[in-house]
Design a protein around this ligand. Structure first.
Ligand code: UDP
Length: 237
């Protein structure tokens, strides 16, 4: 069974290779499928944003960010592999598979930089920025369909991208929709990926220093993460 639970949150217990294989199989089917990411922020949203919860629950893969690996290790049920967040999987899908990819989200100048990237541009068949109105969604869906994209990376932040998944599900007839947050800024080189030494629990601190506006959010969701684990340990769920 590839989907397991961290507390009451669904997460996949898969290796990177297994994830890429599953996406490759799913991407050619005539149906829309979701991949979401689980981290402290998503745990908070899962419990407070019903629309976000619906997308996570409907996902065939829920990628565990390292905070989840840490939590699973603490509870004595470690996951198979670390470093499986949105940035890592987006990079591998773009560089190590032949799946056609559509990038939706971030500013157009960021997407233009990714389209010129020596490693990540190869599979990109279309892009659209993430600052659109609801009435543009039919046109965006047509753009995605006409591009014949097999993987649609949604980089609008949460819960926006998870809510968008629900809307796009009705407008598309195939494709794997993967929520990747601020990944396009990282691929464009505008935001640095967190260095290796932060990857076992301090990545949030690195991101907060890069983007101080997020500090308050990290305090809130990290406290929530600790609160949920303590509650679980005390059998209060
Ligand atoms: N963004 C967007 N449309 C919006 C708001 C944000 O496309 O209406 C983009 C923004 O440019 C950035 C990403 O969404 O590239 C949000 O990244 P962030 O790191 O905040 O997301 P997280 O992974 O923390 O949810």
């Amino acid at each position: 069974m590839s989907l397991t639970k961290f507390l009451h949150y669904p997460v996949s217990d898969l290796s990177k290779q297994e994830i890429l294989e599953k996406v490759t199989v799913q991407a050619v089917l005539d149906e829309v499928a979701f991949i979401t990411v689980m981290n402290a922020n998503k745990m908070y949203l899962y419990d407070h944003s019903p629309a976000c919860k619906v997308s996570v629950d409907a996902s065939f893969i829920v990628l565990p960010e390292n905070a989840i690996n840490l939590g699973m290790k603490f509870l004595g049920t470690p996951l198979k592999e670390w470093d499986l967040g949105g940035v890592e999987i987006a990079k591998d899908l773009l560089a190590q598979t032949n799946l056609k990819a559509f990038l939706l989200g971030a500013k157009q100048e960021i997407l233009d930089m990714v389209k010129k990237h020596p490693v990540y541009a190869r599979n990109i068949v279309g892009t659209h920025h993430g600052y659109f109105k609801n009435e543009d969604l039919d046109d965006i869906a047509s753009l995605i369909m006409n591009s014949k994209a097999e993987v649609i990376l949604l980089g609008l932040g949460s819960p926006k991208q998870e809510i968008l998944m629900q809307t796009l599900r009705k407008k598309l007839n195939h494709g794997v929709l993967l929520g990747v947050g601020g990944t396009f800024d990282v691929l464009a080189g505008v935001k640095k990926d967190a260095p290796k030494w932060t990857k076992r629990g301090l990545e949030w601190l690195y991101r907060a220093v890069q983007d101080p506006k997020k500090f308050k959010r990290y305090l809130k969701v990290n406290s929530y993460y600790i609160y949920r684990i303590i509650k679980f340990k005390m059998n209060l769920q």
